[in-house]
Design a protein around this ligand. Structure first.
Ligand code: CP
Length: 326
């Protein structure tokens, strides 16, 4: 596709191509000298209207390692603080002749709007509660490296599902890669209409975490994805309370021990940033089963791959390695 706005832009073959190229880029990432000429002469604008540590820095590193010129612009410090509209902002920068926008915005659908206004490629780096496609790609990459193919694997996604763009992108990608998915959240943090959505898209939904993870007849979980409680999107305070949340839905030390007894190979993911002590205990975040830092590392390789395929990969990635000098 011309843009990456949603995981639904990528069919299973396209996801596989991006993950395969990411494997080549991961090897570059571990070299002493990482600079490759693949995107020399290209200009990438990281336009972030919401805060970010992982996504913004990994896109910047990915672009720089591929010899692109990368420029970071945040809402604060840009002319949007003087009242300039998003449309005028992106059309202004587009007029300079840039090649790609990587955009994070608080409004769901903002990246789709921008794609209609500019000539450059647009990559969604998280739009409101809608989607975060490169997060889903790096999650799939990370889980596959530990578990092998996700076909037939069981992934449980637990947490503040109402506000999670990571959930929405992962649901599409995991189903396309053949995984079975179970969602767990308190009823107050479950997206509305989830039952018909689950019926249509073939995933299951539960409210009792311990029943899903190890109850009588429960399907063993291969990967447990803990999602952040997004307090900043809960203007009216959050419910259940922090204490109730941790007791019912947190990955505590005791829960992790029970899970590991059931399946010593289980892996734990969290997209970050983590609320340690709320949705995940420090013991679980730093446990041998935790892939949190592997996810961060994969974020650079996967974003290199996405930039490659959008900006340079007209051949479908077959020459990605050839264009990476040894
Ligand atoms: N996972 C993620 O998107 O993290 P950042 O908000 O730090 O980019």
């Amino acid at each position: 596709p011309r843009h990456l706005l949603s995981m639904s832009d990528l069919d299973a073959a396209a996801i596989r191509t991006i993950l395969d190229t990411a494997t080549q880029m991961h090897e570059v990432q571990h070299r002493e000298v990482k600079k490759i000429p693949t995107l020399r002469g290209r200009t990438i604008i990281n336009l972030f209207f919401e805060d970010s540590t992982r996504t913004r820095s990994s896109f910047e590193i990915a672009g720089k390692w591929m010899s692109a010129d990368t420029i970071n612009i945040t809402g604060k410090g840009s002319a949007t603080s003087k009242g300039e509209s998003l449309r005028d902002t992106v059309r202004t920068i587009d007029a300079m002749g840039v090649d790609a926008f990587v955009i994070r915005h608080g409004a769901s659908g903002a990246c789709h709007q921008v794609a209609g206004w500019v000539d450059a490629h647009v990559i969604n780096a998280g739009d409101g509660t809608h989607e975060h496609p490169t997060q889903a790609l790096l999650d799939a990459y990370t889980m596959e490296r530990r578990l092998g193919s996700l076909e037939g694997r069981h992934v449980a996604i637990v947490g503040d599902l109402t506000h999670s763009r990571v959930l929405r992108s992962n649901l599409i990608s995991l189903r396309r890669l053949g995984a079975a998915v179970t969602l767990v959240a308190p009823p107050t943090l479950m997206p509305s209409g989830i039952t018909s959505w689950a019926h249509r898209d073939g995933f299951t939904v539960g409210h009792d975490l311990d029943a899903v993870l190890g109850g009588e007849g429960a399907r063993p979980v291969d990967a447990l994805m803990m999602l952040r409680v997004q307090k900043e999107r809960m203007s009216g305070g959050y419910f259940p309370t922090a204490r109730e949340y941790t007791v019912g839905y947190g990955l505590t030390r005791d829960r992790l021990a029970r899970l590991t007894d059931l399946n010593p190979e289980i892996v734990i993911c969290h997209p970050g940033p983590m609320n340690r002590g709320l949705e995940i205990s420090a013991d679980a975040a730093d446990a041998a089963q935790s892939l949190v830092l592997d996810q961060v590392s994969a974020g650079v390789a996967v974003r290199m791959s996405v930039l490659y395929h959008l900006l340079a990969g007209a051949d479908g990635g077959a020459d990605a390695a050839a264009r990476v000098p040894r």
